[in-house]
Design a protein around this ligand. Structure first.
Ligand code: DGL
Length: 271
């Protein structure tokens, strides 16, 4: 595998940009190839089997693009598909997302931790395992954030509707004395302003994306795959299975630091 190859990243939509943002900040010399499966977004309400099929087809595309590592920048796809992806593609390192229950449980003073994630993630065996393993001694206040992904995809993350919906999910957590809030969906970091407005400093927001970027760096080091071409600026390729214009607009809004070193293209993947 080439050191100068791209890191592959995918999500059901633009949520994975919250992960790419951290990867690009930590590894400024790495190229990336991002797939937003917007024609199938949201994944959170789809059967796990369908999410597994989409994930496999997208990974095949990323491998055709010679990616050297794949980040499953979607909690829902990670819980549904990462075991199968590792089995089907044993030669490629994968990094997945998991709600950060462990650090939140460690840090919580009230011993009550909030988890906001998609219905798919919350129903998955992987989440049940992680609850059993990491949440002993704390109470988890778990809420499915139905409707939030759609608002972020529409660029309405700061709208009155988003704020009202967030309030219905967060007020019961505030009433319950939650002091750590785990963002279990990669779309939710784009709702941070609204979350802060509602929680007023009473909850620490736990976003796993920086830890995921650190894991990407560790794996690239371990496999001797860090890009050693450090003089030219890297290029970022963005693909959307839905509207390319929508992806381009949201990418420029959420990742302004990439400043022109990118392309946007329509992607058709069956299955
Ligand atoms: N961003 C995704 C996640 O982390 C998927 C949300 C969805 O498509 O429902 O779960």
């Amino acid at each position: 595998m080439r050191k100068s190859a791209s890191i592959g990243i995918f999500d059901s939509g633009i949520g994975g940009l919250s992960v790419l943002r951290e990867v690009a900040a930590l590894l400024p010399h790495e190229r990336a190839c991002y797939v937003a499966d917007t024609a199938y977004c949201p994944y959170g309400l789809r059967p796990a089997d369908e999410v597994r099929k989409r994930s496999q087809s997208i990974v095949r595309f990323l491998l055709d693009k010679s990616c050297k590592l794949v980040v499953v920048a979607c909690n829902t796809a990670t819980t549904a598909a990462i075991d199968e992806l590792r089995r089907v593609f044993p030669d490629i390192p994968f990094v997945g997302m998991e709600p950060a229950v462990k650090p939140a449980a460690k840090q919580s003073k009230t011993r009550i931790v909030g988890v906001l994630a998609t219905a798919g993630t919350l129903q998955s065996p992987l989440f049940k395992q992680s609850k059993a393993r990491h949440a002993a001694g704390v109470k988890l206040h778990v809420v499915a954030g139905n409707g939030l992904v759609e608002l972020v995809e529409q660029g309405r993350e700061d709208s009155p509707e988003a704020l009202a919906l967030l309030r219905t999910y967060l007020q019961p957590m505030l009433d319950d004395n939650v002091d750590e809030l785990v963002l279990g969906c990669t779309h939710y970091p784009f709702l941070t302003d609204g979350i802060e407005k509602i929680t007023q400093g009473r909850m620490v927001i736990v976003n796993p994306a920086p830890a995921v970027a650190a894991q990407v760096k560790r794996l690239l080091e371990q496999y001797n795959l860090l890009n050693d071409e450090t003089t030219t600026q890297p290029f970022y390729e963005f693909f959307a299975t839905g509207s390319v214009d929508a992806l381009a607009k949201l990418q420029k809004r959420h990742l302004p630091m990439l400043s022109g070193r990118y392309s946007h293209e329509k992607l058709r993947i069956k299955g």
